[in-house]
Design a protein around this ligand. Structure first.
Ligand SMILES: C[S@@+](CC[C@H](N)C(=O)[O-])C[C@H]1O[C@@H](n2cnc3c(N)ncnc32)[C@H](O)[C@@H]1O
Length: 259
């Protein structure tokens, strides 16, 4: 799924003895090469202005982000819940979930430009109004744009597994990021992860269990699954997952709640 990049140093020694070392943040992705198709480019041009949310270094008002189309639900004007998705790939699951849950707004982050074009295309084809896309590193979006207790849910489906031990440090799901996400969830909100790589599933279970602001929903409802959850109804089986199932591979869902 992902080609492993050469290891990059975490710090670069300064030439000035007393200078602080320059910290280079380890990224959870490498920008993959990939051609944007003519259809995706057209979607960028026609739908980008309405559905792309530019990255900025300042908190955003999530209600205002969706105000022009679907910021409120029903006659009482109750704000719709907002779910953040990190790393939607080509957007197959994202578009299906947005269609299944029309009364939820989705803020979807992806660094892979052809993927962003592909999701814009699906938005157009399926007449979806409840998605906004930020074509930027989700870690920076969380740090700079999302207020505390502003999210009702977070989806992280099949994050890059970074199989090799020396690349495990690139994995997205690690304690510092989960603490930031937990702080941005409203009380009662949820964090849903899924992976097909068992060692990563075990790591995710450990990291989420160790976060004091999160509680594992499945422990009460499905204790026999040892911390994992049954696949929630809204998460569709993608082509990729169906192929894995045919090959006998496992998939692990994890659903935790903000306390
Ligand atoms: C293995 S793919 C899974 C895609 C999709 N969720 C699926 O289930 O098919 C992981 C995706 O996460 C994206 N990604 C990784 N780190 C990211 C980050 N920090 N911010 C935004 N996207 C990221 C990658 O570009 C890649 O498209």
């Amino acid at each position: 799924m992902t080609t492993a990049p050469p290891d990059s140093p975490e710090t670069t020694p300064s030439t000035e003895a007393a200078a602080k070392p320059f910290m280079r943040t380890i990224k959870s992705f490498v920008k993959r090469a990939g051609r944007t198709t003519a259809g995706q480019a057209k979607a960028f041009e026609e739908l980008g202005p309405q559905f792309l949310l530019p990255y900025r270094k300042g908190a955003i008002d999530l209600l205002a982000v969706y105000a022009d189309s679907t910021g409120t639900a029903g006659q009482k004007g109750t704000p719709k819940p907002v779910v953040l998705e990190i790393g939607f790939g080509m957007g197959e699951a994202t578009a299906k979930i947005a269609a299944t849950l029309p009364d939820t707004n989705f803020l979807c982050c992806e660094v892979h430009e052809p993927g962003v074009g592909a999701l814009l295309k699906r938005i157009g084809e399926n007449h979806l109004t409840n998605i906004r896309i930020c074509n930027h590193d989700a870690v920076e979006v969380i740090d700079h744009m999302l207020p505390l207790q502003s999210l009702d849910g977070v989806h992280i489906f099949f994050p890059d597994p970074w199989h090799k031990t020396k690349h495990n440090k690139r994995r997205l799901i690690q304690s510092p990021l989960i603490a930031k996400l937990a702080a941005r969830l409203k009380v009662g909100g949820y964090l849903h992860c899924a992976t097909d790589w068992e060692p990563y599933a075990q790591q995710i279970l450990e990291v989420l269990t160790a976060e004091p602001l999160l509680k594992n929903r499945a422990l009460a409802t499905h204790p026999e699954l040892m911390g994992y959850a049954p696949k929630p109804h809204y998460r569709p089986l993608t082509k990729f997952e169906n192929r894995g199932i045919r090959l006998g591979h496992g998939v692990w869902d994890l659903v935790f709640e903000r306390v």
